[in-house]
Design a protein around this ligand. Sequence first.
Ligand code: 5GP
Ligand code: MN
Length: 343
Amino acid sequence: MTLSAEHIERLRALLAPAARRIVLLAHTNPDGDAVGSSLAWAGALRALGHQVTCIVPNKYPYFLDWMPGIDEVVVFKNDTEGRAAQAIAAADLIFCLDFNALSRLEIMSDALHANTAAQRVLIDHHLSPAEEFDLAFSHPDASSTCFIVYSLIEALWGTDVITREMAEALYVGMMTDTGNFAFSHLTPELFRAVAVLIERGISIQEIHDSVYNAYTEDRARLFGYVINRKMELVEGGTVAYMSLKESEMRRFAFQQGDSEGFVNYPLSIKKMKMSAMLLAHRKFIRVSLRSRGDVDVNLFARCYFEGGGHRNAAGGKSFDTMERTIERFVAAVREFAAEGHLG
Ligand code: 5GP
Ligand code: MN
């Protein structure tokens, strides 16, 4: 990943006036990278004297509750006092972190259009960024938005400004978006960044334990149920899909974040090329996709489920019933394979 020197200077200029009112936005169903990049970037901006409000459209998963500063993040969906709308209306500058188009804010998209005065800056690593930003740090070759934020801090002010709290937040995103440093874009620069975060005093062991070993008993049992009872294989056992209806989720006292990681598990089967999780929400079914190697689930999500993401991790939505969504998924996989996309 190479940051553009010209972009860096434009960002520096945007941040030059004192005490700017700044809003940081992250995507719907915020994950470790969305929250981690927001908290770390907020820390850097506040240290410069800016006034920062972090907003997420809906609640982050409970295994991130421990993160320093997370209590100050405004959850738009639960924001009865209108703090989010006020902050957006008053903002001089809005940063969009870890998503590539304002439509990914879903329930919040309209609120954002209320303020047309603020400059919008994108900091993101998803493919195909929308052209609705005044300045874009779009780096699909970065393994996480946290790594981009780290690199921005390094380029703008040097890494000495990174506190232990900021380092923890950055590490959470780097760790979660790379599947604990197992996926793609694992560059020497990323590990140099991690080395600096360790110098700032983070405990990798503690962070790992806080994020990955903080689930409920119900979640462990739900995982067993999904893999044993709900995993279906097609295309000669090279594509897997799993589905969860609301009634099943209730049985296991489902909390948001409980299905995190399930979709990766079928890829532990040697010949698996692609895996999908179909999760019922109130108004639609969320489709989560993962793949190996050259199999492009970003393309699959864009073609069949109004979504997108990265080549090996993407998502989308279906507005059909679960039965119909499964039918459509299986037909889509057949077509995808026939077109040669499954290798
Ligand atoms: P996850 O399966 O973890 O929810 O999402 C995997 C990746 O796909 C993430 O990078 C996420 O931003 C992206 N993604 C998930 N759902 C959607 C969607 O509905 N639209 C788009 N464009 N990307 C999505
Ligand atoms: Mn990310």
